[in-house]
Design a protein around this ligand. Sequence first.
Ligand SMILES: NC(=O)c1ccc[n+]([C@@H]2O[C@H](COP(=O)([O-])OP(=O)(O)OC[C@H]3O[C@@H](n4cnc5c(N)ncnc54)[C@H](O)[C@@H]3O)[C@@H](O)[C@H]2O)c1
Ligand SMILES: [Zn+2]
Length: 360
Amino acid sequence: MLIDVNVQADSYRVRIGEGIESFPARLGEYTQHKKIIIVTDSNVASLYASRLSAAAVKEGFEFNLFEIPAGEESKTLDWTGKIYSFLLKNGAERGTPVIALGGGVTGDLAGFAASTFMRGLPFFNVPTTLIAQSDSAVGGKTGVNLKEGKNLVGTFFQPRYVHIDVDVLKTLPEKEFKSGLAEVVKHAVIAGQGFVDFITENAPGIMNKDPEIMEIAVCEFVKIKGGVVEKDEKESGLRKVLNLGHTLGHALEAETGYGKMNHGEGVAVGMVLAAQISAHMGLSGKGLADSIRQLLSLFGLPVNLPAGADISKLVERMYFDKKVSKRKLEFVIPEEIGKIKIGVPVEDSLVEKALNEISL
Ligand SMILES: NC(=O)c1ccc[n+]([C@@H]2O[C@H](COP(=O)([O-])OP(=O)(O)OC[C@H]3O[C@@H](n4cnc5c(N)ncnc54)[C@H](O)[C@@H]3O)[C@@H](O)[C@H]2O)c1
Ligand SMILES: [Zn+2]
């Protein structure tokens, strides 16, 4: 299946349903360069790098593989510098393709390095996590973290082509898969009732990573994300809907320590918070929060703050989020399934009240 993402100047295609070993042949349609740089992480390297590399050699490419340690800790300026050095050492020049093989960390970091090295090398993405396949690989946001906060440095830089093999999700650890499911529920809440029905009906197939269902599902996720990005490439407005659940999500991730409550789990609880706030502000009926809770529970995702969470610290954290204006916390608020309001300022007292309601 092929999906076109039509962004200004550099539209690109996303292909879903071919194995990773067919990527090099597809790459040949986009470049004359025979030297390619593949960036991957330590987990994905041992699982899939040799399959991709062997296929690349068969297609006549000379590949150079750069491996980062797996995990969010590698999404730094320091590792960006190491990629630059690797590119130089291996004779990269303008036009040398850079390929990310991995999850959102690999894609964000390799994309950032590719977008800045010699003012931009052609970037290709072979995403291997559910988050990367259904969210981060489409949209062109690249970036790294600073010690002060997540994703504080980055660029908008669209890939030339994205190649998605849903079979690789089979080896994804359960916790990582669930993290992706939270983004899937988020996509559904944004997209509308039809998509909520689709994931509800196909929940068992999705949970079992059934390749046929995953192929259809990922295709739908890419269409939703691509559709939003096409309308607002640089996040001046509409694209902010994708941040639903993320204000609290990022705070929870940081406050509980990266790794304990992962990105998706934080986003899941964040969506419940946004729905609670919505009800209190009279923007939605109370039923919406219940529907979102039910949907999240169906996929085994959390709907409450972790035990012992410090509410005032969470509020403090949310003020650090770069997506928040200085004076008042702002939230992305669901009014109903498929109808989302962005940039809604909310009083601290109401945020605290809603946080208390989702405390165990
Ligand atoms: N650019 C965007 O628009 C965007 C959107 C959402 C998230 N993100 C970023 O994405 C990152 C999170 O992405 P992620 O969850 O993919 O993280 P990740 O890249 O760290 O991958 C999660 C874990 O799964 C492992 N892994 C990857 N593929 C595997 C496979 N097929 N089999 C077994 N193990 C595998 C990785 O080694 C890692 O340990 C965050 O840094 C977040 O900021 C970016
Ligand atoms: Zn997210």
